[in-house]
Design a protein around this ligand. Sequence first.
Ligand code: COA
Length: 341
Amino acid sequence: MQISKLPGHHRGNLSTLPGIMRPDDANVAGNVHGGTILKMIEEAGAIISTRHCNSQNGERCVAALARVERTDFLSPMCIGEVAHVSAEITYTSKHSVEVQVNVMSENILTGTKKLTNKATLWYVPLSLKNVDKVLEVPPVVYSRQEQEEEGRKRYEAQKLERMETKWRNGDIVQPVPNPEPNTVSYSQSSLIHLVGPSDCTLHGFVHGGVTMKLMDEVAGIVAARHCKTNIVTASVDAINFHDKIRKGYVITISGRMTFTSNKSMEIEVLVDADPVVDNSQKRYRAASAFFTYVSLSQEGKSLPVPQLVPETEDEKKRFEEGKGRYLQMKAKRQGQAEPQP
Ligand code: COA
């Protein structure tokens, strides 16, 4: 990705050169994959945070993606539209950088511009001499004191959430012979990928954007298998990247449907990394997330989805947990939509 603007403000900002969306970025209905948008967002975040972390003389470093906050896909982006990505550093803690990224889609025939996505990402600087060593982040200069206060609150909140969130170490998806339609087993899907140099930073570990794109691909396959229509990513829950995945590792990305509402489907995606030829490390869970998908008609209208039939006790438990997340997010959205008194 080329950069059209160098950081000019204290808090540092960046706009990438606009890019036209091509058929290989999109699904059969012509909508750009959520994963492609996540990859663009992550690239912009990685550039701005690596630049910031190297802005003072000291040990050189590369910024690794540690976390992406929950993000909603606000409007579809289509083939032929132009994507504009802008990123800003909004907070720095001692060892982490918060970046906010906006993605706009522009129809260059009509001049219409829409906000497609707004994401918040956290990066951690790793030493180039030893990528297992976390370095300190140069503090960012805020133009208003409230910005620092607000940033600190977001930092404390995500740290708390990370500590409270139970580590999702459930079993990976095992194939089941002749599953019935609408069951979890029917749509569950996995993708196995050998991590090659093109997936990695120059320092030999996978770009967060590459992992998120693969996760979205698996979630999309699960959603399409379940409802057999065109589908789009509606949102992705917060994702923590606990450990680096290195070049040469084999990753298994598994997706299973956990919950359906009338018109949405929640899919849990698990990323497991297997060092294969490195005997010093065992297979481990590198990331996990919940993706929400919506089924679309040929005209692009949201459709009711076939209801998931949970069979086992675990599936029933996951369904109830998914329902809880769905109701919580719905209440939050409705609260945001209500006019302020
Ligand atoms: N989200 C946000 N910040 C995180 C985080 C997460 N999931 N995990 C760690 N951090 C922050 C901590 O808050 C800390 O900053 P602070 O001291 O200012 O509070 C900083 O990272 C270092 O934490 P520390 O506990 O020393 O390091 P760690 O052992 O947790 O390692 C990473 C942190 C990010 C280096 C490690 O989790 C990692 O390598 N993750 C994978 C990175 C990667 O490969 N990304 C691409 C994914 S495919």
